[in-house]
Every structure is written in structure tokens, then in C-alpha cells.
Write a protein that binds this ligand. Sequence first.
Ligand SMILES: NC(=O)c1ccc[n+]([C@@H]2O[C@H](COP(=O)([O-])OP(=O)(O)OC[C@H]3O[C@@H](n4cnc5c(N)ncnc54)[C@H](O)[C@@H]3O)[C@@H](O)[C@H]2O)c1
Length: 255
Amino acid sequence: MAAPVVVITGALTGIGRAAAVAYGRRGADVVVSGRHPDAGEELVRELGDLGARALFVRADVRFDDQVRDLVDQAVERFGRIDVAFNNAGTEGRPGPITELTEEAYEDTFDTNVKGTVLSMKHEFRVMKEHGGGSIINVSSTYGQMGLPEAALYVGSKHAVIGLTRVAALEGAAFGIRVNVVAPGYTQTAMYERVTGSDQVRSAVNSVLPMRRAGTPEEVAEAVFFLGSEQSAYITGQTLTLDGGLMAGWPLFPSS
Ligand SMILES: NC(=O)c1ccc[n+]([C@@H]2O[C@H](COP(=O)([O-])OP(=O)(O)OC[C@H]3O[C@@H](n4cnc5c(N)ncnc54)[C@H](O)[C@@H]3O)[C@@H](O)[C@H]2O)c1
């Protein structure tokens, strides 16, 4: 079987980078995308060292023409797209609802929601032409429950799950599967920014059932599964990787 062609947005750091490396190690053709060409070319070299064929395309997922160009360049170079990992995302700017601004709304929703819509729009176009594919979006545990002072992030990640369900229904007849990974706390730059200090990270870990944050590599393995034939009958689903966070309240009142 030919190597799968994989497109990853927001691929230059964290979970996206881990997914690029996981695919590269397995001999996929990997198209990595992001907003920083120097980091993109460095990742291409790293994937080349792993034996993968790789291409960087600069794309900010908030803009239709840039996402179209990403998808078109992937097809021009590798002939098709088998797997698309729509990973680009932002934590936005937290704050109480009374203090949210239009600018903060646009900042978060344009990347997390519009970016996912635009990515799927163009990926559907080429996957339909080439007989199908697998799309994996990114939500969060906070796409399934609330967090005070994070209305924009929480709202945007809930939206990604809804978008995924609709896309799964629209794609099924064309052989396009669409699923969503929902990481809990995962050790990336975003997690460092959101938690802010080792003290907060220890406090978070203490209420997680597994007592630790996840790793980007663990999320990458879930993405790999959803992109593979091993998940051929799975579509429209949310795969949560949260060390048990959403299974229920982990503490007895006495503990
Ligand atoms: N780390 C966590 O705890 C966690 C938990 C749940 C969900 N997530 C989600 O996982 C995804 C990856 O995040 P991460 O933790 O690796 O953090 P990260 O900040 O390292 O990665 C996000 C990447 O997206 C890129 N990006 C942001 N806006 C973009 C835009 N408009 N266009 C193109 N690229 C853009 C960033 O430059 C960065 O490379 C995000 O969607 C995030 O919301 C992360």
C-alpha cells in the first residue's frame, strides 16, 4: 500500500508536531503547515532525517485563500490527501463574560471554529475527488464541559464537536470519515501558558485521576488510529484523552 499523505495544521509545535513525527516515523508523506516558515523548514528537515517525504506550506487557518493553497499544494506535491489533522488552535484570552470583547471573540473563534470549517471545506473538495479520506479535528475536555472565565475557548471547542458530527454525516457517503480528538491537559506550550506555574500544574495534577497531564505523543497515537484503517467504521465520534478527568469527580469528600 502506498504511504498515506497526511496534512497537519498548526504542525510546528506541541500536539501537531508530535503527530507529524509519529507519521514521519511510519513513512507517511507529511505536509506540515503553520505560520512560521523557519520552524516549518526545520521540521521538514527533521522529518526528512526520519526518512519521510515532507513539505511545509505557510498557512494561517483563519483565511480561506491560505487554507485552499495548503490543500492545493499538498495535492500538487503528493497527488491526494488521505488524512487531515486540523490541529491549529488557540487558548485565546480568558476572562469573565462581562469583560469579553469582539476582538477576543474573533481571535478565538476565527482560529478554532472558522479554521476548522475552512480546513474541512477544502479537504472535502479533494477527498471527494480521490475517493475518501479521514479527517481528525481537535476539541478538548473543555469542548464537553465548562471552565469559568474561559467562555470563548469552551464555546469554540464545543462548536468543533458539532461541526465534526455534521461533517461526518455529509462525508459518509463519499468515504470521508470525520472524528475529533479531545485532549485533556497535555504537556505543550499551551498547557504551560494556561497553567502559568509549577504550583498550578501540581494542583491540576492532584485532581486528575491519573495524577499527571498527558503527552503530545499520546494524542498523536489517537490521531494515528483515527487516520488508519483500524478505525474504518468509526465516524462522527469524539475520542477523549484525559487521564480519566471526565469519568467523574475523582475525590471522596474525606480524601
Ligand atoms: N495542551 C493542552 O492541554 C490541550 C488540551 C485540549 C486541547 N488542546 C488543543 O490541541 C491543539 C494543539 O495545541 P497544543 O497544546 O499543541 O498547543 P500549541 O500552542 O503548541 O499548538 C497550537 C499550534 O497552532 C498554531 N496556530 C494557532 N493559531 C493558528 C492559526 N490561526 N493558523 C495556523 N496555526 C495556528 C500555533 O502557532 C501552534 O503551533 C489546539 O487546538 C488546542 O486547543 C490542547
